[in-house]
Design a protein around this ligand. Structure first.
Ligand SMILES: C[S@@+](CC[C@H](N)C(=O)[O-])C[C@H]1O[C@@H](n2cnc3c(N)ncnc32)[C@H](O)[C@@H]1O
Length: 292
């Protein structure tokens, strides 16, 4: 899209009478929470014998099956069976958190652009762009990704990674898929910065950042993201870190990418900011706000 077309698209979204966060449930075929097949069958059987359905029974069964599948490995096995059917990379809870955190910095005019470090097919970046446009603000949303998938993990990522993160190359998406996602929702297509974070971020990030979504899954990717993004964050800016899980705070959280927390622990030693874990349903993530 050319610049005039980009502005026209942004203005059309801003002029749309739809308001609020409902769009986070409409995009990507999100459907209201469905019970898993185990819940449904279990509850049906309970009802048959005249017992009020006890969801916890079926959920406990789900958890056992999930644990078993995790032990067996594989991409499916890394996701809880009872997880909500919602997009591929962003569940409903994460989108709601993302919505409110970005909304804060836009409403309070924290200066700077919005960046996503690890965009994959662009699910989460479409959410960010929709909200920027609805605020009627012309902030840039540069996206950074190898578009060749994840790099090879390091020792810091642990030995029990989900299959798609084990060998490098998992989660590769094409630039066209990302562009197509933005067009589908009538949004301006952002600048896509292709390359490894260690090569692109230091020279291609904007000087001032109001909101950053770090979603690189692995220790090195998150550490590089923090090193490059942190000094550019405006006071009051928010940085949301996907997959951050602190089992001491959230023992039931999704903790399959432990390198993310390791990178954060290392980076924040001696820094004044605190990482705040967020409830994210079957997933995990956390944020910090840049101090003045
Ligand atoms: C989980 S996906 C991002 C998902 C996306 N933010 C969403 O919620 O829809 C992680 C992405 O980070 C990219 N990535 C991870 N480490 C990277 C690195 N060091 N350099 C470039 N890209 C990287 C991968 O290619 C992948 O597309």
């Amino acid at each position: 899209m050319r610049i005039a077309e980009e502005h026209a698209a942004a203005e059309a979204v801003a002029a749309n009478p739809a308001r609020g966060s409902l769009f986070v449930a409409e995009y990507f075929d999100w459907r209201p929470k469905r019970r898993s097949i185990f819940d449904r069958v279990g509850n049906m059987a309970l009802r048959r014998i005249g017992v009020e359905p006890i969801l916890a029974t079926a959920e406990a069964f789900d958890r056992r099956i999930t644990r078993l599948m995790r032990r067996l490995g594989g991409q499916r096995g890394s996701e809880p069976m009872a997880a909500i059917s919602s997009g591929v990379t962003t569940n409903f809870e994460r989108r709601v958190n993302m919505y409110h955190l970005l909304d804060q910095v836009l409403a309070f005019n924290v200066p700077g652009d919005v960046v996503e470090v690890g965009c994959y097919t662009g699910e989460s970046s479409v959410i960010l762009q929709t909200l920027i446009c609805r605020h009627g603000q012309h902030r840039q949303l540069p996206l950074y990704d190898s578009f060749e998938g994840l790099p090879v993990p390091s020792e810091q990522d642990g030995s029990e990674l989900p299959q798609w993160a084990r060998d490098g190359g998992g989660l590769d998406a094409s630039l066209d898929v990302v562009r197509e996602g933005f067009r589908r929702y009538g949004l301006p297509v952002p600048a896509l910065h292709k390359g490894w974070f260690k090569d692109t971020l230091s020279t291609q990030l904007p000087d001032q950042i109001a909101f950053a979504h770090l979603d690189g899954d692995l220790y090195e990717s998150i550490l590089t993201g923090l090193e490059q993004v942190y000094p550019r964050l405006s006071p009051g800016a928010i940085c949301l870190i996907d997959d951050y899980c602190d089992p001491a705070v959230d023992p039931d959280g999704w903790n399959m990418l432990p390198g993310v927390k390791r990178a954060c622990d290392e980076f924040f030693l001696g820094k004044p900011e605190r990482i705040e874990p967020l409830y994210a349903g079957a997933a995990s993530h956390a944020f910090f706000r840049k101090r003045a």
